[in-house]
Design a protein around this ligand. Structure first.
Ligand code: PGA
Ligand code: MG
Length: 229
């Protein structure tokens, strides 16, 4: 499907945006919080490049990966679970302090949100980032006013790639499958959109667990959100 086909005559509709890697380059803050946590645990820091590849399934999975030092962590023993629980609490405390310190809005994001708003589009953030961190980040970066709804990774009982958060946002904003589009950077976004039955635009500049988005089966792939205009 072409971009023109996605943003068709049935608009204005509902646009659902992923946050990390799509709207905001937040990996530097996440990496700083992960590394501070690892250091507090007496471990070696992971570094930005690894952390960038671990973002997208929410903070608990990010910390599981950080403790394992790799993306595919193994199911843990009870002792590992205790360490993980402590590490997650420490990560939350660290990220609360670091959230927004180095994060920047990707080029093309603001013109896109501005244009969609002018068209009367209803816009939501649907992210796996825990909800407590989303509002402060959007506010600090001056994006808050564009969004009518924030769905975080712990807002509901499921997170992406489950379609639940997308369907919740679509229904809350009174959208329909024909007039709702998801925009994201990773397999979690494309899979969630496919399971929800709504089209998905994938951006090439995000995280996607270190892999290209070309093979994900998104309905359109763009290098900048300004291409959506
Ligand atoms: O994994 C996270 O914490 C957030 O990722 P998302 O904004 O790309 O959904
Ligand atoms: Mg993302």
């Amino acid at each position: 499907m072409s971009l023109a086909g996605l943003f068709n005559a049935r608009w204005p509709g509902v646009a659902l945006f992923d946050l990390d890697g799509t709207l905001v380059d937040s990996a530097p803050d996440l990496a700083a919080a992960v590394d501070r946590t690892l250091e507090q645990l007496g471990r070696k820091p992971a570094g930005l490049e690894k952390v960038r590849q671990w973002v997208g399934h929410g903070s608990p999975i990010l910390m599981r990966r950080a403790l394992a030092g790799k993306a595919d962590w193994e199911p843990a023993s009870a002792a590992d679970d205790a360490l993980f629980n402590d590490a997650l609490t420490m990560f939350f405390n660290n990220y609360r302090q670091l959230n927004g310190q180095h994060a920047v809005v990707f080029p093309g994001v603001e013109p896109c949100l501005e244009a969609l708003t002018r068209l009367g589009c209803r816009i939501a953030v649907v992210t796996n980032k825990p909800e407590q961190f989303v509002g402060p980040l959007l506010k600090q970066l001056g994006l808050e006013e564009y969004f009518r709804l924030v769905v975080g990774g712990d807002t509901l009982s499921t997170k992406k790639p489950d379609p639940g958060p997308l369907l919740h946002a679509m229904e809350t904003l009174q959208g329909s499958r024909g007039t709702t589009v998801m925009v994201g950077d990773s397999a979690a976004d494309v899979s969630a959109a496919q399971a929800a039955g709504i089209p998905c635009v994938a951006v090439t500049y995000g995280y996607n667990f270190g892999r290209s988005v070309q093979a994900l089966g998104a309905d359109a792939v763009v290098d900048s959100l300004s291409e959506l205009l």
